[in-house]
Design a binder for this molecule. Structure first.
Ligand SMILES: Nc1nc2c(ncn2[C@@H]2O[C@H](COP(=O)(O)OP(=O)(O)OP(=O)(O)O)[C@@H](O)[C@H]2O)c(=O)[nH]1
Ligand SMILES: [Mg+2]
Length: 464
């Protein structure tokens, strides 16, 4: 993986699709020269870090577009190589055409994650920081973003580094003793070695105990729209997602399956789910659809119970009320556009008997939807997964390495404590300390296999 690092790579580095701003990035020996070739005016002295205003020559017969050229000379760049970035209008056709010209000018298309790969291979960042960049690209919630930032800023590397250094120092003393096993001198007393390994062990165990699996942060909160048939759940789903995904009709029982789409609520992204109406199912298909809704109610992190304000909404059945007794729950009184002020007040009052916060909206006009989003954001911040932010988040690779180091240290302590003289077991102790130190080294990428790198970089997109 990334075996060639001495050629020049280029890629569109901004998000796919149209946007006001687009970035094309290059790294390698001809990065700056190739970028200057498609930039107007010609840049004479591009030293160190510099920023130039001008135009992008993206096509021969099209008008020049305003652009900026950023130059980062090696080694003061992300990849530690010469790098250039062209910032211009983010129209896909412009960026694609610019990239095409750069490829003709001596660059080759970068593979996914190749810029970060070069940064790692040049020693600019350790493997946990690389994972931090990858996690940041995919972060869908505050908690994920915080965990990614921690990794990127070296929190885990910092926590393990001190223990790693202590174990390597101890290993040096133990290995020195190997050459003198026949002599009555020990470079380190047995008790001293036992104390040092026990101290390392307690730091590593503490780290594992204070951690939360990073994978658990991957699940976005699920917010379910549920309620009686025809209450306007699907209309509200389409309104909140800005999509036209769910069929709406005046016929009760329109929605059958649970429909899911991502939606930004406050600073987090959640899965918003539409479901079949409950409480009036007659046919076998309607009953099956209602069963799906019940499953979704059990699995949801938050429920928006949608009721029609226009007529006396059927109260939820007792069994349903018990399930809805869970928090967080928001009651949404819909169709207020069809009500006068008195009717709306009465509908809201009636909804309060369900014992939760009530928001009045019109899914048809969008009235009240901003308040609904704000109330939902407030509710979600109280949800347990947000409240119990982990001290440190570890992915499966980190946990496995830490656990491997813990096991090796435990074996080393057991060996030392069973013998009065460390000289008697010095080779075995050295073996275990070497194993513990290799496991800790693997966390930051001192030694990595192709397979580990391939797995980490498979989550990257081109241009990062
Ligand atoms: N006046 C008014 N009508 C609405 C509003 N929201 C939905 N409706 C209408 O109510 C009817 C039912 O809307 P849907 O969104 O399909 O309701 P639903 O809750 O998904 O219904 P089921 O999937 O059948 O359970 C449709 O005719 C909508 O146009 C609203 O805010 N105001
Ligand atoms: Mg529906």
């Amino acid at each position: 993986m990334f075996v060639h690092t001495q050629d020049t790579i280029a890629a569109i580095s901004s998000a796919p699709g149209s946007s006001p701003h687009g970035i094309v990035r290059l790294s390698g020996p001809v990065a700056i020269e190739a970028a200057i070739a498609v930039f107007d005016p010609c840049v004479e002295h591009a030293e160190g870090f510099s920023r130039h205003r001008g135009c992008a020559r993206w096509a021969d017969d099209a008008p020049l577009l305003p652009a900026e050229l950023y130059v980062f000379r090696a080694p003061r760049s992300y990849t530690r190589q010469d790098m250039a970035e062209l910032h211009t209008i983010g129209a896909p056709v412009v960026l694609a055409s610019l990239l095409e010209r750069l490829l003709r000018g001596g660059a080759r298309l970068a593979e996914p994650g190749e810029f970060t790969g070069r940064a790692f291979l040049a020693g600019a960042m350790d493997l946990t920081a690389v994972e931090g960049v990858g996690a940041m690209i995919h972060a869908g919630s505050d908690a994920q973003l915080r965990a990614a930032e921690q990794l990127l800023h070296g929190r885990l590397a910092h926590e393990t580094e001190a223990v790693h250094t202590r174990l390597v120092d101890l290993l040096a003393l133990v290995e020195a003793s190997i050459d003198f096993v026949e002599e009555p001198v020990d470079f380190i007393a047995t008790s001293q070695a036992a104390d040092a390994i026990t101290a390392a062990l307690s730091v590593l165990k503490d780290l594992l105990e204070r951690s939360t699996p990073m994978e658990r942060l991957d699940t976005r909160l699920r917010v379910l729209l549920a309620g009686p048939p025809n209450a306007g759940k699907s209309t509200l789903f389409n309104r909140l997602t800005g999509l036209d995904r769910s069929i709406c009709s005046h016929v009760p029982g329109t929605t059958r399956d649970v429909i899911t789409a991502p939606v930004a609520i406050g600073t987090t992204e959640v899965w918003l789910m539409d479901s079949a109406g409950v409480g009036a199912s007659a046919t076998s298909i309607e009953l099956a659809a209602e069963a799906l809704t019940m499953d979704a109610i059990s699995a949801a992190d938050c429920i928006l119970w949608v009721m029609e304000g226009t007529e006396a909404a059927p109260p939820p059945t007792r069994a349903l009320a018990r399930r809805l007794g869970m928090d967080p729950l928001l009651v949404v009184v819909n169709k207020v556009d069809a009500l006068d002020a008195g009717q709306a007040a009465r509908a809201i009052e009636a909804a309060r008997t369900l014992g939760a916060s009530v928001i009045a909206v019109s899914a048809a006009t969008g009235a009240g939807c901003a308040e609904l989003r704000a109330a939902l954001a407030a509710k979600l911040h109280q949800a347990p997964s947000e409240a119990t932010a982990p001290i440190i988040s570890l992915n499966a690779r980190h946990r496995s390495a830490l656990a491997g180091a813990v096991r090796a240290c435990e074996r080393a302590v057991a060996l030392v404590s069973r013998h009065d003289r460390i000289g008697d077991v010095v080779e075995l102790v050295a073996l275990e300390l070497r194993e513990a130190s290799a496991q800790l080294g693997a966390i930051v990428g001192d030694v990595t296999t192709e397979e580990v790198l391939a797995r980490i970089f498979s989550r990257f997109c081109v241009g990062k």
